[in-house]
Design a protein around this ligand. Structure first.
Ligand code: HEC
Ligand code: HEC
Length: 287
């Protein structure tokens, strides 16, 4: 164990045990491969993008889960996250708001969203800022449908993001970090490496320095977001990216940012970019 990992474990006041999982050494995910429904091949391991200086290889969080949890994501009939996708298909086709429009009226079939998940968060020229998928959905609801905004991490919203993600499964995450998005990306990077809370831990302390360790009963992954929304067996629902960020920040006993805040938008862009090259997997299954 390196000194840095030892320090992280000491700060967490937990015994971080390498190799609790049979055959797995510190830092190692398992070597299973993922194909969904026997047809959608998912890239769960790739060379780290050049800007992710401290990692050589990136791995999907799926590779850190047990065989039982992994299996639930391999078939849509078993994946409870697909119920959210089905709910969203109903919303997609149902008119809402004073303009009397549904998503389908303008966008056609949900399959037309193929490729969209892979490139978000993304610079929006019209708004002059980086936007997330949730912001795009609410922009359509508010300004194009004259409908009420959905709560950022609410069930309707997260189901819709699951639908939009599901039609991009297997496509490589490819968010742009240069041009007008660069300053937001840099803000996100700064947040990723800032130690917070009573435990004085940064995202990087856990997901970069210590992935592969066992923290309590959890096999620590690199913390990518290619699988979001994730259906968690722990809370038996679909979880959005910002809800997960909030939980992780809270675990360091720090004051956390709000879902939809500028800070979490920047952090999402940065974390998404660390996973450039992995496949879109959402809705995935995690513990
Ligand atoms: C009145 C027409 C209209 C309606 C209704 C509408 N949208 Fe849109 N939407 C647009 C336009 C126009 C854009 C911007 C141009 C584009 O990307 O197609 C857009 C963009 C988007 C984007 C970003 C796409 C991208 O490629 O970056 C998403 C995601 C989206 N809409 C989702 C939805 C969802 C979900 C609904 C229903 C809740 C919805 N929209 C309803 C017209 C509409
Ligand atoms: C104290 C250690 C710790 C810190 C600090 C931490 N996390 Fe986590 N995080 C975890 C654990 C444990 C899990 C659940 C196991 C896993 O998926 O890695 C997790 C899961 C995640 C996941 C889900 C991965 C997946 O595949 O579903 C994401 C995304 C994530 N963290 C992002 C972050 C971000 C961003 C930060 C900084 C704001 C952060 N985490 C800080 C411990 C931490």
């Amino acid at each position: 164990m390196t000194q840095r990992i030892k320090a992280t474990c000491a700060a967490l006041a937990v015994a971080c045990v390498p190799g609790l999982m049979p055959g797995i050494a510190v830092g190692d995910p398992d070597d299973d491969s993922l194909t969904i429904n026997g047809e959608i091949a998912i890239v769960t391991e790739a060379a780290a993008p050049a800007h992710t200086e401290n990692l050589d290889t990136i791995y999907s969080g799926w590779r850190f889960r047990t065989d039982e949890t992994q299996a639930v994501q391999m078939d849509d009939f078993d994946n409870p996250g697909m119920i959210g996708v089905e709910n969203a298909m109903v919303d997609w086709a149902t008119a809402d708001g004073a303009a009397g429009k549904s998503c389908a009226d303008c966008h056609g079939a949900a399959e037309n969203m193929a490729g969209v998940r892979a490139v978000y968060p993304k610079w929006n020229e019209e708004q002059g800022r980086v936007t997330t998928l949730e912001m795009e959905v609410n922009n359509c609801r508010e300004n194009r449908m004259d409908a009420k905004k959905w709560k950022y991490t609410g069930g309707d919203m997260t189901d819709m993001i699951a639908l939009i993600s599901s039609v991009s499964r297997g496509m490589p995450v490819n968010v742009a970090i240069d041009g007008p998005a660069q300053s937001t990306w840099e803000q996100g990077k700064e947040l990723y490496y800032t130690r917070t809370g009573q435990l004085e831990l940064s995202c990087a302390n856990c997901h970069e320095d210590s992935y592969g360790m066992m923290i309590r009963a959890d096999h620590l992954s690199q913390g990518h977001i290619n699988g979001f929304p994730t259906y968690r067996l722990k809370n038996t629902k679909l979880n959005s990216v910002h809800a997960r960020f909030k939980g992780c920040v809270r675990d360091t006993r720090a004051h956390t940012y709000k879902p939809g805040s500028d800070e979490f938008i920047a952090l999402e862009l940065y974390v998404a970019s660390r996973g450039n090259g992995l496949s879109v997997e959402g809705p995935s299954v995690r513990n």
